[in-house]
Write a protein that binds this ligand. Structure first.
Ligand code: B3K
Ligand code: ZN
Length: 891
């Protein structure tokens, strides 16, 4: 496939003033009549190039006159027309086949209903069109379909008319008053339950909020509607942004490639991010639903009102909207709290987000797919909905928030909307709006250096050194940044030198007793200061520091960088006990745990006796007994780094050593702390209180389940009984899964299999719960490829359903290190990439990325992975999606 470069952007030579679409829906063959009104935008009349894919052209007319095949060019994926007037109407009739569409892009069938997914380039599967985000138009849509099969016909905007037709058909006419790019178009048809509520927006307008889901699932949409209502309110109160629609709809689909889609006024969601009740959804699912509903709703301003000029600017909307949903979730956790309590509640969210960043984005930024948050080129845009564009993009927004402060950030955002409302713009436009406020706050300063975050890939490393002069009570902190070459940059000789970035580095100092030492910086004294690192190396000297301090570094994770600072485990232990920044405190505990785990990996590699440092156990014990910590926070602090996180820290990567070390340490921590784990387990059991997904009680459940896992790991004589009782007696899915998961991970008895069978019996009608059943087995340490293959022929398994494929195949390939890092494992992975590629290239390409870091493994994994990648590459007819990933991995 050809490579598309950011620098080749050309404006479209025509404006599109009106789009009228007529749909004659039929799953076998849907007819679409499009009427497109164009207006010349370039200085001369140019050929009109439209995109199309898997369409059959029935007829084409220009200004009411039918065109003969000699008058246009119909190519594989474009249709070229030659207008002879500046203003003209093009009428296109085409056919598509929703029930043959397994890619889930464009118009497709799921559960007997019809859905669309258009971002990024799916609209071209619906009709020929200028399918690019900078062509915005008003849409009027008429949908006709069989009334019994499709009683509900939805599209964007307002419902103008609905009436019955002959032959059992009916029609609905929708009009969207807001001009939009084609990627925000949506259509849904089928039979649904609907939960709705009318709310008043801040200016006093009525808005109808609706959640549509499968018939029979009305009882599972209360939380979703509540999340939507809170999202609307929050965007008003925190961001001063009001809903601009009379009607806002969310529809749940069971087959969906991603989490959800922010189509204007008609969000289509993966059902996993809509449906929840106490019996079927875990606390984590409730929080995820809140985050995704928030995210899609917030896109209404950041993405829809102001959209992207081209797909290289994707982070303009995604990074910003992830930042907004992260803040929404944090604010929801901290609701009703203030001071240190609120900060600790927010830190829980920050910890989870930073863990995701390190797990998914840091490796991406160090591997063959490394790209700046604003990529320079791509072959398939579907491959660039990445952790870098989303999560690192959000960090880049967060740094601007840190540099400007909350009020300054809000002023910058207001300026952004003042300048660009209704337009399709670039990341540079966003930074310029923010910079206008920054320059006012900081005369003479600019974002010239900051902007490099948009063009530079790779995770910066920041080396810290600190010197203390007792005689004059000064402390000098030196920060030095490196931006090593990554990805394809490594191929150029000599490797490209990369300039320094603007890194806001938050810092605190602790005395030897753990108390905060205030720092005077820029005329103010504070416990936490933010240093502006803009050069390769900079030093700051602080006065009136009474003793040799222990630094607390990169508080709140103020920049997406790796800190390099050698320090003793004793200092780390002090930070885990006393750091007043809850993020940095967690970080210290994680670093201690990593040191311990890496020592164990080494011991196993050298065949020496594994040893656990008693001080480490002591630190864990004191954290476990610390009554000042909330349960949710405590659960984060006492969770060991995941196996995948640890794997990233081994050089060369040693998956089996990581599995052994992780297991060993969990057993030892379980045994050494049996009493406090048991006490913690019982103290956090909620008894008869009815289930609520609130932060406090869900924090207790997380901690209780963590305790259960440690007890199971230690093979405590009561543990299995506790787990079984918790599983069978549970009155909510969090407890039920907690019990079952502990059994699946640690039990050696036949009770585990019985519980799994019981679970299936109980929940076989509920697809989202059965996904969990597949996942549990996929990640169980005893699960082999053979077992996965057996599960794939289970009647409930289907490769066509992305949730199911993710639950079993992706989970096994990504999170079962022991099972996948075998010769059969790699062959299995390659087979599944190829199988998925036949039906759903977007999903296949995601799985293909599982081992793009193959070159960092030790032997024999490295050669075996290379061979598996080569095997994929040699197949004829790879999709452009998979082909881009594999060729970059093998570069
Ligand atoms: N904007 C969508 C992404 C859909 C892309 C599919 N190829 C989801 C989101 O970020 O809100
Ligand atoms: Zn998004």
């Amino acid at each position: 496939a050809p490579t598309i470069s950011r620098h080749d952007y050309q404006p479209y030579p025509y404006r599109l003033t009106q789009v009228t679409l007529d749909f004659d829906l039929d799953p076998g063959q849907t007819r679409v009549q499009a009427q497109l009104q164009f207006e010349q935008a370039a200085t001369s009349l140019q050929p009109l190039v439209l995109n199309g894919q898997d369409l059959q052209l029935e007829s084409l007319a220009l200004n009411g006159r039918a065109l003969t095949p000699e008058q246009y060019q119909l190519n594989d994926d474009t249709l070229v027309v030659h207008p002879d007037t500046g203003t003209f109407t093009l009428e296109i009739t085409s056919l598509c086949q929703p029930d043959k569409n397994t890619s889930l892009m464009g118009l497709y069938v799921s559960g007997g209903k019809l859905f669309t997914q258009c971002e990024a380039e799916g609209f071209r599967r619906i009709t020929w069109f200028p399918d690019r985000p900078d062509v915005m138009a008003r849409y009027r849509v008429r949908i006709r379909a069989n009334k019994q099969q499709y009683p509900l016909l939805l599209s964007n905007g307002n419902l103008l008319e609905q009436r019955d037709l002959a032959d059992g058909r009916h029609e609905a006419i929708w009009e969207d008053p807001h001009p939009k790019p084609s990627y925000l178009f949506a259509l849904v048809a089928g039979s649904f339950d609907c939960r709705e509520q009318t709310i008043k927006t801040r200016s006093g307008r009525d808005a109808l909020l609706q959640v549509y889901s499968d018939v029979g699932t009305y009882n599972k949409t209360e939380w979703a509607l509540d999340c939507l209502t809170r999202s609307v309110k929050w965007d008003e109160s925190r961001f001063n942004l009001e809903l601009d629609l009379d009607r806002f709809m969310i529809v749940a689909a069971h087959d969906f490639n991603m989490g959800a889609m922010e189509n204007k006024g008609l969000n289509v969601f993966n059902a996993a991010y809509v449906l929840a009740d106490a019996d079927t959804a875990t606390d984590a699912a409730y929080r995820a639903i809140e985050a995704v509903i928030g995210h899609e709703y917030f896109h209404n301003w950041t993405g829809n009102r102001v959209t992207c000029r081209d797909w290289f600017q994707l982070s303009l909307k995604e990074g910003l909207t992830v930042f907004r949903d992260q803040e929404f979730s944090a604010d929801m956790l901290a609701q009703g709290l203030d001071g240190a309590e609120a900060e600790s509640a927010r830190a829980v969210k920050r910890i989870d987000d930073v863990s995701t960043l390190r797990l998914a984005q840091f490796p991406e930024d160090a591997g063959p797919m490394a790209h700046p948050i604003r990529p320079e080129s791509y072959q398939e845009i579907g491959n660039f909905y990445t952790a870098t564009v989303y999560e690192k993009g959000a960090e880049v927004i967060r740094m601007q928030h840190t540099l400007l402060g909350e009020a300054g950030f809000q002023a910058g955002l207001a300026e952004y909307f003042r300048r660009h409302d209704g337009a399709a713009v670039t990341c540079d436009d966003f930074v310029s709006a923010m910079e206008s406020v920054y320059a006012k706050q900081n005369p003479g300063k600019s974002f010239d250096i900051f902007r490099r975050w948009y063009s530079q890939a790779g995770t910066p490393r920041v080396q810290v050194s600190l010197s203390y002069a007792a005689e004059d009570q000064t402390c000098t902190v030196t920060l030095r940044q490196h931006n090593p070459p990554v990805g394809i940059e490594k191929l150029s000789t000599p490797p490209q030198a990369k300039p320094p970035l603007h890194i806001p580095f938050a810092l605190g100092l602790l005395g030897q007793d753990g108390q905060a030492l205030p720092i005077t910086h820029e005329g103010k004294a504070a416990d936490t200061i933010v240093l502006d690192l803009c050069h390769e190396e900079q030093s700051w000297t602080f006065t009136q520091i009474p003793e040799q301090p222990i630094p607390s570094l990169l508080r709140r994770f103020s920049a997406p960088v790796i800190v390099e600072f050698d320090r003793s485990n004793a200092d780390l232990a002090l930070l885990t006990r006393h750091d007043s920044d809850p993020f940095a405190r967690w970080e210290a505990a994680q670093t201690l745990a990593s040191h311990q785990l890496l020592a164990l990996v080494q011991a196993f590699a050298r065949n020496t006796a594994p040893e656990v440092d008693p001080h480490f156990i002591g630190t864990w014990r004191s954290l476990l007994n610390d009554t000042s910590l909330t349960a949710a926070y405590k659960a984060r602090v006492l969770s060991l780094p995941s196996q995948r996180e640890l794997l990233e820290k081994t050089t060369p990567m040693d998956p089996l050593g990581v599995v052994q070390a992780s297991r060993y340490l969990r057993v030892e921590l379980g045994k050494a702390l049996v009493e406090p784990w048991l006490a913690t387990y019982h103290a956090n059991t909620d008894g008869d209180t009815p289930y609520q997904p609130d932060p406090a009680s869900s924090g207790r459940r997380t901690l209780k389940n963590l305790a259960l896992n440690y007890l199971m790991a230690a093979q405590h004589p009561q543990a299995e009984q506790l787990a079984l009782a918790q599983y069978y007696d549970a009155r909510n899915m969090t407890d039920r899964m907690g019990g079952l998961s502990a059994l699946v991970h640690y039990s050696t008895s036949t009770e585990c299999g019985r519980a799994l069978d019981h679970f299936y019996e109980q929940w076989q009608q509920d697809a989202l719960v059965i996904d969990k059943w597949f996942t549990l087995q996929a990640v169980a340490p005893t699960t082999s490829v053979e077992k996965i293959r057996a599960l794939m022929v289970h009647p409930a398994f289907s490769m066509r359903n992305p949730n199911r494929a993710r639950a079993l195949i992706f989970q096994f390939c990504l999170n079962n290190l022991q099972g996948i890092h075998t010769p059969e494992g790699y062959a299995f992975w390659a087979d599944q990439v190829l199988a998925l590629d036949q039906t759903n290239p977007e999903i296949a390409a995601r799985l293909a990325r599982a081992f793009d870091n193959w070159a960092r493994f030790g032997q024999p994994q490295r050669d075996a992975l290379h061979q598996a990648l080569e095997h994929i590459r040699q197949q004829p007819k790879l999709s452009p999606n998979v082909s881009e990933i594999i060729s970059k991995a093998l570069n």
